[in-house]
Design a binder for this molecule. Structure first.
Ligand SMILES: C[S@@+](CC[C@H](N)C(=O)[O-])C[C@H]1O[C@@H](n2cnc3c(N)ncnc32)[C@H](O)[C@@H]1O
Length: 209
């Protein structure tokens, strides 16, 4: 384990505020997150996968916020993480909800390579789409499309809404405000726990559903 990495128990303590007391936590979750963190720290020392470098902060902000989102997706069986970067929120969602069919879309090659490495190491069935979401066959759609910290959120929401058959789950900072929601409507706005500065989880649902 790299000196700066964290144990499964330390990770469990750090993410506890983001998990509801009745959350069904799969037995391997914290060991899997520890392996994921170890890989992320190793890769991040060479390539810039995330600007957050401090392990506790990575666990709180990236893992914690993603796990929090995983509990507010409602009923779904397929999920697209639009602009997954180093795997947020899609990978922690996959670990907390292993029954979901998760696709991580990431257009930057080095980040997609990292995602494939995590998926392979953890033995997951998660799909990595190493291209722009817009390049997916038009027939591909998902129950939920999740977006977090994607630049030009309005354009991303427009592209994401073409792929979402039920809901968009948007993790945005309070400063960003709500993006233009196309044919979706805002159904929930939840302030995330922890010290995260005004970060909100916005859930939008198609009018027709
Ligand atoms: C600022 S990063 C955020 C990554 C991650 N969602 C997070 O919260 O840490 C945005 C990522 O979205 C990717 N991205 C932006 N537009 C995309 C698109 N249309 N299709 C696929 N990936 C996209 C970028 O390459 C970048 O890695």
């Amino acid at each position: 384990m790299p000196a700066s990495s964290l144990s499964s128990n330390q990770i469990a303590e750090l993410v506890a505020t983001y998990l509801s007391p009745d959350a069904a936590v799969p037995a391997p979750l914290y060991d899997q997150l520890a392996t994921y963190l170890e890989l992320l720290l190793k890769w991040n020392a060479r390539t810039n996968l995330t600007a957050i470098r401090e392990p506790e902060e990575i666990v709180r902000r990236h893992f914690g916020e993603s796990l929090f989102a995983a509990q507010h997706l409602g009923e779904c069986s397929t999920l697209l993480d639009f602009g997954s970067g180093a795997g947020f929120p899609g990978l922690p969602i996959q670990l907390l909800r292993p029954e979901l069919k998760v696709t991580l879309a990431e257009s930057q090659n080095k980040k997609a390579t990292f995602l494939r490495e995590v998926v392979r190491t953890l033995g997951l069935k998660t799909e990595v789409w190493a291209n722009r979401v817009e390049a997916m066959p038009i027939s591909r759609s998902f129950d939920v499309v999740a977006l977090r910290a994607v630049d030009n959120m309005d354009a991303a929401v427009a592209a994401a809404s073409l792929r979402a058959s039920r809901r968009l789950a948007i993790l945005a900072s309070g400063k960003q405000g709500a993006p233009s929601l196309q044919e979706f409507s805002l159904t929930g706005e939840i302030i995330l726990p922890g010290e995260a500065d005004l970060r909100l989880l916005l859930i939008a649902r198609d009018f027709a559903l």
